[in-house]
Design a protein around this ligand. Structure first.
Ligand code: NAD
Length: 508
């Protein structure tokens, strides 16, 4: 058997093993087998990567923004040319299906396309005659070196959401991707250099808490864009505040789908099943709670979901027949199974039990799937607000139905939940939908749209425990986040010199 491949840091255009000698296995979730080892950085390694980035950033930040976006234009082209290879690698490390992996990459590329508007986004404002012979203008300047710390569940999309605007704005970018699926982030950085990006401007360093803490404690890092679970988001937000860094930290989610009696039940059931179980429920915008309004709506919807769910195919990530693949690790699967057990114990009705999925005799292209981290789709009815399957983010293929008597009761569920990432309403009543969108205490709302991830030129961000910080990801907010504004007030010498003035200048 061949030795597993090593995935190492990528610094100044070179693969770099670092100094620790420490590695961690990278698994294939479909088979449970180790397929690589990823290097783990310590503080000294991270400091070296940051110093290299700072050195390269000076010229990049001073360059005309059009020069920077021409690199990004070629980068987009190279990502498209390498799409199949990237998607296959992503799929094999994450476990999501090949077409879903392509979607992961494309939604990242969308933000690179948006970043091509950097020359426009970086334009300042100008006001003439703010005083006698005085003009004022503002400019947006890069922060310097910024970092992205990203989760396992979108190993291409989220790094690109951070790297695109950060680099286009003239920053140097240090990426600390998830150690569970680290290959694609490295490949994306290599393609950036191949596209003509200067070596050192975009570096990738792998690792866990030690590497993250080194980023947080560095004086050179000026901003951190984080996406991951809520406890880590809060930790990073606090450390950034303590060390004077700008931070945007996006956390976990529990996304509700409210279904009104006038919704088309068959179509809504299909839509909800796709949004709940797609990518094995490992999406921060997955619909994990369905809230039908009224008993008749609930009965019809529960029947349709229970009828359609057993038809789903769970399989190897590269199996074209698979609707979704395995969970990312055995721990993730065991956690899902534990929460299902808690749901039963708390009195919810487990209508479909995904734990019964048996892969022991399954194989794909000669590879046994018995040791893969699979979980079948599960569906609970009669879930209540106090149950852990409702209060906690499960991050697996588990859909919970909470029945509501009225629309007000239904809306109170997402409103009162600690998370506020996404929410959807299914109805043909425009007035009710409009009212819902206006009032609901959640950051991203879908009206008959199950996964309302905003397009690249709008911004993405949840509320409450789903997001910490003032600015969202992508869209115009991203350029605000990755730049600082400088305001210049000018007056040219003229005849009006009147000696020293000791009072605050005001416009009369
Ligand atoms: P995670 O919090 O375990 O890891 C995220 C990043 O933090 C990784 O790079 C990891 O190496 C690092 N990290 C982990 N433990 C750490 C520690 N103790 N100290 C410092 N750094 C640490 O999250 P995950 O499991 O990779 O991703 C899944 C989570 O991300 C889910 O909660 C999901 O909802 C969330 N998510 C949120 C969004 C959003 O936009 N709100 C998007 C995608 C995923």
């Amino acid at each position: 058997m061949s030795a597993p491949r090593n995935i190492v840091h990528y610094v100044s255009g070179q693969a770099w093993e670092g100094t620790t000698g420490a590695f961690q296995p990278v698994l294939n979730p479909s088979t449970g087998k180790e397929q690589a080892q990823v290097a783990l950085a310590n503080k000294a390694d991270v400091d070296h990567v940051i110093a290299e980035t700072a050195e390269a950033q000076r010229a990049w930040g001073a360059a005309n923004p059009q020069k920077r976006i021409r690199v990004i234009m070629r980068w987009i082209q190279l990502i498209h040319e390498n799409m199949d290879e990237l998607a296959r690698t992503l799929s094999l490390e994450h476990g999501k299906t090949f077409p879903d992996a392509k979607g992961d990459i494309q939604r990242g590329v969308d933000v690179l396309e948006f970043s091509l508007g950097a020359p426009h986004q970086l334009k300042g404002e100008y006001s003439t005659n703010v005083g006698a012979g005085i003009d004022t203008y503002s400019m947006r300047q890069p922060l310097g070196v910024v970092a992205g710390i990203t989760p396992f569940n979108f190993p291409a999309m989220i790094p690109l959401w951070k790297a695109g605007p950060a680099l286009a704005a003239g920053n140097g970018f240090v990426l600390k991707p998830s150690e569970r699926d680290p290959s694609v982030p490295v490949r994306l950085a290599e393609l950036f250099i191949e596209a003509g990006g200067p070596e050192g401007v975009f570096n990738v360093v792998h690792g866990g808490k030690d590497a993250v803490d080194a980023i947080l404690n560095s004086d050179t890092i000026k901003a951190v864009g984080f996406v991951g679970s809520t406890p880590i988001a809060q930790y990073i937000y606090k450390r950034c505040a303590a060390t004077g860094k700008r931070a945007q930290c996006f956390g976990g989610a529990k996304n509700h789908a409210i279904v009104l009696p006038d919704a088309d039940i068959e179509a809504t059931a299909d839509t909800i099943i796709g949004a709940a179980f797609g990518s094995a429920g490992e999406r921060c915008m997955a619909l994990s709670v369905v809230v039908p309004v009224g008993r008749d709506t609930a009965d019809r919807l529960a029947e349709a979901i229970a009828r359609k769910t057993p038809d789903l195919n769970v399989g190897h990530c590269l199996d074209p027949k698979a609707d979704f693949g395995p969970l990312v690790t055995a721990d993730a699967r065991d956690r899902v199974n534990r929460l299902i057990g808690e749901g039963i114990e708390a009195g919810a009705d487990l209508v479909i039990d995904g734990r019964s999925l048996d892969m022991s005799n399954q194989e794909f292209e000669g590879e046994p799937l018995a040791d893969g981290f699979f979980a079948g789709p599960s569906f609970f009815d009669n879930v209540t607000r106090d149950m852990s399957i409702y209060t906690e983010e499960i991050f697996g293929p588990v859909l919970c139905m909470v029945r509501a008597e009225t629309l007000e009761e239904a809306i109170s569920l997402p409103d009162e939940h600690i998370y506020g990432n996404g929410v959807a309403i299914f109805t043909s009543n425009g007035g009710a939908a409009r009212d819902f969108a206006e009032k609901v205490q959640v950051g991203m709302v879908g009206i008959n749209v199950p996964i309302p991830v905003p397009i690249a030129y709008h911004t993405f961000g949840g509320w409450k425990a789903s997001g910490f910080g003032d600015l969202n990801q992508h869209g115009p907010d991203s350029f605000r986040f990755y730049t600082k504004t400088k305001t210049v007030t000018t007056k040219w010498p003229d005849e009006s010199h009147a000696g020293p003035q000791f009072t605050m200048p005001v416009m009369n």
